[in-house]
Design a protein around this ligand. Sequence first.
Ligand SMILES: [Zn+2]
Length: 83
Amino acid sequence: MKAVHAVSFALVVVGAINWGLVGLFNFNLVELVFGAVPWLERLIYVLVGAAGVVLIATHKGDCTVCAGERAVKPAESTAEPTV
Ligand SMILES: [Zn+2]
């Protein structure tokens, strides 16, 4: 599950930064990198969307910020919250 979370997180970050670039500069990095292979570019978008769904579905269990103290196990209670 950790690998799924890590990959999903990376994809959502890529998607978010790409949307920021599109909004700020009308520059689509995913299109630039993968645009020569349209099906691959489209696959990236689908994977980013799927990653967003995975993070929504698992957020409540994973996020120490949203879950608050209830989600923090005693052994982890002194650790800094991770994002
Ligand atoms: Zn949260």
